[in-house]
Design a protein around this ligand. Structure first.
Ligand code: DON
Length: 314
């Protein structure tokens, strides 16, 4: 494909249509997450992408309206809610903002670093954030669902109870992480409640359009063009984007930053949300994953998009 460079504003519809077509050539590479049994049943050969521009206009292609399990993409939402409700100084005493260089469910650093997780996007960090939210916010599952509904503009978004139950029955590793953190005093509440809320957050069912719209505030200095609300200050939005760029794809964050260069967060449901600050938020989805748990097709599509634009924030 050859396209003119430096598109500011909108993306040519032809480019998107061809991208969805070419994505089919990646089908068959990688495998769906099977350590959560309900995710193993997802049809693997699907691809969708949606872009939400600063003015709220959406462009999409492929299976952009098919709902999928957002999994670790929820870690950005829980972080944002924590930044809105908790004292930020206290928050960054309980977890750090450094890349881990480790798989997302690793326990090794936690033991060495006395229960202080490296960042909010590894499972350990997300479990500490959930503990903070359970303590601070009454009816936290209701609050989370209302937040995603209101700021994506889709009132029908819900938890997929089957996925949540499936993970809860197979979450020994997260239970080990949470108990280890609690042994250092950095989880205050009941570990089972923290795991239940965490697995529900991961089991939110959303599509590419919902996610691109929900995260559009990260491209607009904290202001959502969908709900017309300031969700974070401009400084906080920059902080979240920085953590996404350095930690959002776990131990693949370095090569991803080099090759794509957009702040992003992946989930084992096959979604990746990425931000071009000042311009748009994009969500690409394809269920087959690489060895790091990141979607093969979504990462490929983001590389193609950056190539097409001829620019990234770096
Ligand atoms: O806790 C887990 O293992 C999953 N619920 C989420 C992991 C995940 O999505 C990592 N992302 N690439």
């Amino acid at each position: 494909m050859s396209y003119p460079r430096s598109h500011i504003g909108y993306i040519e519809e032809d480019f998107l249509a061809q991208l969805a077509e070419e994505a089919r050539t990646k089908f068959g590479v990688g495998k769906v997450a099977d350590y959560i049994p309900a995710l193993a049943e997802v049809e693997p050969d699907q691809f969708g992408m949606a872009i939400c521009h600063r003015d709220g206009r959406v462009q999409s292609c492929g299976d952009a309206l098919v709902p999928f399990s957002i999994q670790s993409i929820s870690k950005v939402i829980s972080l944002v809610i924590a930044m809105r409700h908790a004292d930020e100084f206290g928050l960054w005493q309980r977890l750090r903002q450094e890349p881990s260089g480790m798989p997302f469910s690793s326990l090794i650093q936690l033991e060495r670093e006395e229960g202080i997780p490296r960042n909010p996007f590894v499972n350990a960090g997300a479990l500490v954030i959930v503990d903070i939210l359970v303590e601070k916010i009454f009816l936290i599952l209701h609050h989370m669902r209302e937040f995603v509904r209101e700021h994506s503009g889709n009132r029908s978004i819900n938890y997929d109870a089957r996925v949540a139950e499936s993970e809860l029955r197979n979450t020994s590793r997260n239970a080990a992480i949470a108990h280890l953190i609690k042994s250092f005093g950095n989880i205050h509440g009941d570990v089972n409640r923290v795991l239940e809320v965490y697995c529900h957050f991961c089991a939110l069912g959303m599509n590419c359009v919902d996610l691109a719209r929900l995260f559009s505030f990260l491209a607009s200095a904290g202001h959502s063009p969908i709900s017309s609300q300031q969700l974070l200050s401009a400084d906080q939005a920059r902080e979240v984007n920085g953590m996404m760029l350095t930690c959002g794809l776990y131990d693949a964050s370095g090569s991803y930053a080099a090759q794509v260069g957009l702040p992003a967060k992946s989930g084992v449901g096959g979604g990746i949300v990425a931000v071009l600050p000042g311009e748009f938020t994009v969500c690409a989805w394809s269920p087959r994953l690489d060895a790091n748990g990141n979607s093969v097709g979504a990462r490929w599509a983001l590389e193609k998009l950056v190539d097409y634009l001829g620019r990234s924030p770096l």
